[in-house]
Design a protein around this ligand. Structure first.
Ligand code: 5FX
Length: 536
């Protein structure tokens, strides 16, 4: 788990990128030529069983949280492991990182004093144990704030107005709605003793800085509170979610802000240089955008437990479905994102339901039907979906367009995969994706190893599809890239900072005939999805 890939020379300049993700805390170290020299990780369930988490979280019905102190203990453990392997902390010139998006941390009054007074004799966990007014941090998997979402949209003038201002309509996991829920229940919790609210990302940066770190524009865009046009908190939304929130959240900053030097605690305890800079942390998806070195026109399709699609856009075009965030590497640009709860688990379930046990067989099955599946399409949401809301399966036959209850297996698997990517193209286009032959799709995540799926993506998006080595780490790597970029003088473009990073590998090219077939199906799929939405 703690793999030190290569001994690092003592005189080298190193950059660290941390990822406080849902299931683990991970760090990668890059040298000046942007090669990964070391990586370490702590798995919350396995390495910290005393917190009793499952997949890094605790679930209670629709409420999903993680113990804030577990993340701190994980950092103690991670740094101890690095020390045990003689990691050259003194060579780190800057560090940054990311956290799971939307999750929030509530610092109790007086905690900044505790952060400033950290002493090397004790662990972070011991010294910060009384610092949180809410001990269980709400995380992105939480689905318990429906009523707060409804109120926020109502008080802001409706979902589209909220989206135009903050980049998204109200979503249960978005931080403003989580804060509103805690605020409403303040008689039964300790919310009133809170002096600062951080995102997971700015909480992590606060630990390294030894004082409260600002929320960055990009991760701040995932809160339903931040005006993505003026780049400041939106008072109407703040007022709807609680009292005094402008002060509690602190001023937001561009994502490439150098917050300052590392806290003396890390200098004294681990031997970091006192000049090591801490760059604002951001969300894991924005950080992946940096790690994948996305440029305008590119699209990342990440095929994991949940599927996400994100892209670099110049102008925000917020919709009722999907999100627009301020771009993490260029504060004047934006990133658009779609998040699907039905990703790999759903692909696996349908595969299993079709009586197929391996991905090879699944691909053989796919090969039995032509692109476009003779017009047969389907929507497969075995998990409750958010893009759009709803759960269930619909199949529409290619012949007479009637709905049916089952397809033969070879039609079913193709309807599943084609439906998943037609859906992504449909919403990505609304959010500002312009399909040209110059567009690149960068595929990542477990299912990006499946070449048949990659070919369908190429044909649907009419784009070359690439993969890039090491993208399992793209969020961490993005942190280290941003740590390097933020130190470069004269407002250099991010692209200049990452010139030396590994090349992409072309894995699929679009086929004109197949693309035409998909263009003819797109409208039919969009209508089917609309009729599905209308019922939920
Ligand atoms: C994005 O909006 C999400 O909720 C997830 O992708 C989390 O960021 C996962 F950490």
């Amino acid at each position: 788990m703690a793999a030190n890939k290569k001994a690092t020379g003592q005189s080298e300049q190193l950059y660290l990128g941390f990822d406080f993700s849902t299931q683990q805390l991970k760090v990668v170290c890059l040298d000046t030529s942007l090669q990964i020299t070391a990586e370490f990780s702590i798995n919350f369930d396995e390495d910290l069983p005393e917190y009793g988490t499952d997949g890094g979280v605790n679930k209670d019905g629709l409420t999903v949280t993680a113990p804030t102190l577990m993340w701190i203990k994980a950092l103690d453990l991670l740094l101890e492991r690095m020390k045990a392997e003689s990691f050259p902390f003194e060579c780190v010139v800057s560090l940054s990182g990311c956290g799971q998006q939307h999750g929030s941390v509530y610092w109790r009054r007086g905690s900044e004093g505790a952060l400033r007074g950290l002493r090397k004799e004790e662990t972070l966990c011991t010294q910060l144990q009384d610092c949180f007014s809410v001990s269980e941090s709400p995380v992105w998997m939480d689905d318990s704030t429906r009523s707060q979402c409804q109120r926020l949209e109502h008080e802001c003038g409706g979902g589209q107005i909220l989206a135009d201002k903050t980049g998204s309509r109200a979503y249960e996991r978005f931080t403003g709605n989580q804060i509103a829920k805690l605020y409403e229940n303040r008689d039964t919790n300790d919310f009133n003793s809170t002096e600062r609210i951080s995102l997971v990302s700015s909480f992590a940066a606060s630990l390294f800085r030894g004082c409260y770190a600002n929320i960055d524009f990009s991760d701040g865009s995932g809160m339903n509170l931040f005006d993505i046009n003026t780049k400041d908190w939106w008072d109407t939304a703040l007022k709807s979610c609680g009292d005094n929130l402008r002060a509690l959240l602190g001023p937001p900053v561009p994502s490439n802000t150098v917050l300052g030097n590392i806290s003396g605690y890390f200098v004294d305890k681990y031997g970091f240089s006192p000049d090591c800079k801490v760059v604002a942390f951001t969300g894991d998806n924005p950080s992946s955008l940096a790690g994948m070195r996305l440029e305008q026109g590119d699209v990342v399709v990440s095929l994991g437990t949940s599927d996400t699609l994100f892209m670099w856009i110049e102008q925000p075009r917020p919709q009722l479905m999907g999100h627009v965030f301020v771009n993490p590497v260029d504060k004047d640009a934006y990133m658009a994102m779609l998040c699907y709860k039905n990703g790999s688990r759903t692909r696996e379930k349908i595969r299993d339901d079709c009586g197929v046990t391996s991905w090879e067989e699944f691909n053989q099955m796919l090969d039995k039907t032509p692109p476009g599946n003779n017009g047969n399409i389907g929507i497969y949401f075995s998990e409750p979906e958010i893009t759009p809301y709803g759960q269930g399966t619909i199949r529409m036959s290619g012949g007479d367009g009637t709905l049916c209850t089952e397809f033969p297996p070879e039609i079913e698997v193709r309807a599943l995969v084609e439906g998943q990517f037609l859906a992504k193209l449909n919403h990505a286009t609304k959010l500002g994706y312009h399909m040209t032959r110059a567009t690149r799709v960068l595929a990542t995540g477990g299912a990006s190893a499946n070449t048949n799926i990659l070919q369908i993506i190429a044909d649907v998006f009419n784009s070359d599809v690439y993969v890039i080595g090491g993208t399992a780490n793209s969020a961490c790597v993005g942190g280290a890239y941003r740590a390097k970029h933020s130190l470069m003088s004269g407002g250099s473009a991010f692209r200049d900072a990452v010139q030396e990073s590994p090349a992409y590998e072309l894995v699929a090219k679009p086929r004109e005939e197949a693309h035409k077939v998909y263009m003819n199906l797109l409208e039919k799929y969009a209508k089917l999805e609309e009729s599905f939405s209308a019922k939920h």
